[in-house]
Design a protein around this ligand. Structure first.
Ligand SMILES: NC(=O)c1ccc[n+]([C@@H]2O[C@H](COP(=O)([O-])OP(=O)(O)OC[C@H]3O[C@@H](n4cnc5c(N)ncnc54)[C@H](O)[C@@H]3O)[C@@H](O)[C@H]2O)c1
Length: 339
C-alpha cells in the first residue's frame, strides 16, 4: 500500500508541485486546503500531469473537527504542512490573522496528529527566521532574529516544534527553511498564481512580461551587491519539492528533529533576474528604480552544505531554468488559473 501523506495547503504554489512529485514518487498525497489562497482548478491540472486525481478534503487546519475526520478516514503516515499565509507586508497590517493561520493552525494540526498517533511532520519554515544577522550567507547555526510578524510566526512554530520534540522525543520532525522559491512545472500547467498585486519579484516580472502590469519597481540600487540591487537565493520549486522527498526518505519515521536550509547557495540580483527573464521570454521588462524599502536586506543566500551532507540533496536547476519555466506557465495562463 502506498504511504498516505497529508499535504495541508496542497493546492497552493509549493503544495501543488509537491503533490505532483509525491504521486510520481509512489506516495498517495491527501490534500487538505481551505482555498483561501488557491483555486479548485489546480486539481484538474495535477490530474492532467500525473494521470491521477488526488484526494481532496476542503477544510481549515484551525478546525480540529474537520482535521480529525481526515485522520479517522485515512491512515495518514506523515504530514507536510504548507497551509499558512506568507505575505510579509500583510503580516504587519494584520498580525492576529498571521498568528492565527500560521501558529494556531499548526498547533491544532499537531494536536490532532498526536491524538491519532501520527508523529512524522515536515514544516515549511522560511529564511525570514534569520532576519538580518549582519552577514549574507546563512547556515543552520545562524542566530534566529526575525524582523517581521510573518518571520516571527515561523520562528514561533519552530520553537513549539523544538519544545515538542524535547518533551516527546518519539516524534520525527523536519523544519525546512526555504529561501526564495520560484519557477513552475515544465508542463506549464501549474505555477505561482498570486492573488492581487504580487508581493514577490518573479511573479511581478512575469506579469510585466505578459502585459498584465506596466513596469517593475526596483527598490534600491545602492546596496553593496554586484549591481547595487538586492540579491537573493532563488530556488526552483521542483528542486525544493525534491528536497522534501529526500527529507521524507531520510526521516523514515526515525525519531529526530532535523533543521535544514533549502536553497541553492547562489545569489541573483534583481537586475540579473530581470535580464535572465528578458532572455528567457524575449520580452523587454521596463523598470524604474525607487527608494529602498524599510526592512529589506542587501543580500542573503544559504550555505547548502548541511542539506547535501544529511539528506544527499542539492538544487540542480539554474536561474535560466527558473525563468524559462515561469515564462511557460505565465504565457499559457496569462491570468493564472481559471476560477
Ligand atoms: N513561496 C514562498 O516564497 C515561501 C518562502 C518560504 C516559506 N514559504 C512557506 O511555504 C508554505 C507554502 O507556501 P506557498 O508559496 O505554496 O503559499 P500558497 O499561499 O500558494 O499556499 C498555501 C496554501 O495553503 C492554503 N491554506 C492557507 N491557510 C490555510 C488553512 N488555515 N487551512 C487550510 N489551508 C490553508 C491556501 O489556500 C493555499 O492553497 C507557506 O507556509 C509559506 O509560508 C513560502
Amino acid at each position: 500500500m502506498k504511504p498516505k501523506i497529508l499535504v495541508t495547503g496542497g493546492t497552493g504554489y509549493i503544495g501543488s508541485h509537491m503533490v505532483v512529485s509525491l504521486i510520481e514518487a509512489g506516495y498517495e498525497p491527501i490534500i487538505f486546503d481551505n482555498f483561501s489562497n488557491s483555486k479548485r482548478s489546480v486539481i484538474g491540472r495535477i490530474e492532467q500531469i500525473t494521470g491521477h486525481k488526488p484526494k481532496l478534503i476542503e477544510g481549515d487546519i484551525r478546525n480540529e473537527k474537520e482535521l480529525s475526520r481526515v485522520f479517522e478516514k485515512y491512515q495518514i503516515s506523515s504530514v507536510i504542512n504548507f497551509a499558512g499565509r506568507k505575505a510579509v507586508g500583510e503580516s504587519e497590517v494584520d498580525p492576529l490573522l498571521y498568528f492565527s493561520y500560521n501558529v494556531e493552525g499548526t498547533i491544532v494540526l499537531l494536536r490532532v496528529m498526536k491524538k491519532f498517533g501520527v508523529k512524522e511532520f515536515i514544516f515549511s519554515s522560511s529564511a525570514t527566521v534569520y532576519g538580518d544577522p549582519g552577514y549574507d550567507e546563512f547556515d543552520e547555526e545562524t542566530p534566529l532574529s526575525p524582523i517581521n510578524n510573518y518571520g516571527q510566526s515561523k520562528w514561533m512554530v519552530e520553537e513549539i516544534l523544538r519544545k515538542l520534540y524535547k518533551a516527546e522525543p518519539d516524534w520525527s520532525i523536519a523544519i525546512l527553511r526555504y529561501f526564495n522559491p520560484v519557477g513552475a512545472h515544465p508542463s506549464g500547467l501549474i505555477g505561482e498564481d498570486p492573488s492581487g498585486i504580487p508581493a514577490n519579484l518573479m511573479p511581478f516580472i512575469s506579469q510585466v512580461a505578459v502585459g498584465r502590469r506596466e513596469k517593475l519597481r526596483v527598490f534600491g540600487n545602492d546596496y553593496d551587491t554586484r549591481d547595487g540591487t538586492g540579491a537573493r537565493d532563488y530556488i526552483h520549486v521542483l528542486d525544493l519539492v525534491d528536497g522534501h522527498l529526500a527529507v521524507l526518505k531520510a526521516m523514515n519515521h526515525k525519531p529526530q528533529l532535523l533543521t535544514l536550509n533549502l536553497g541553492t547557495g547562489n545569489n541573483t540580483t534583481v537586475l540579473e533576474l530581470v535580464h535572465a527573464f528578458e532572455k528567457a521570454s524575449g520580452k523587454t521588462i521596463p523598470y524604474e528604480i525607487c527608494a529602498r524599502r524599510p526592512g529589506d536586506k542587501n543580500a542573503c543566500w544559504t550555505n547548502p552544505n548541511k542539506a547535501k551532507k544529511v539528506i544527499g540533496w542539492q538544487a540542480k536547476r539554474d536561474i535560466n531554468d527558473m525563468c524559462i519555466d515561469t515564462w511557460r506557465w505565465q504565457q499559457k495562463n496569462p491570468n493564472g488559473y481559471p476560477d
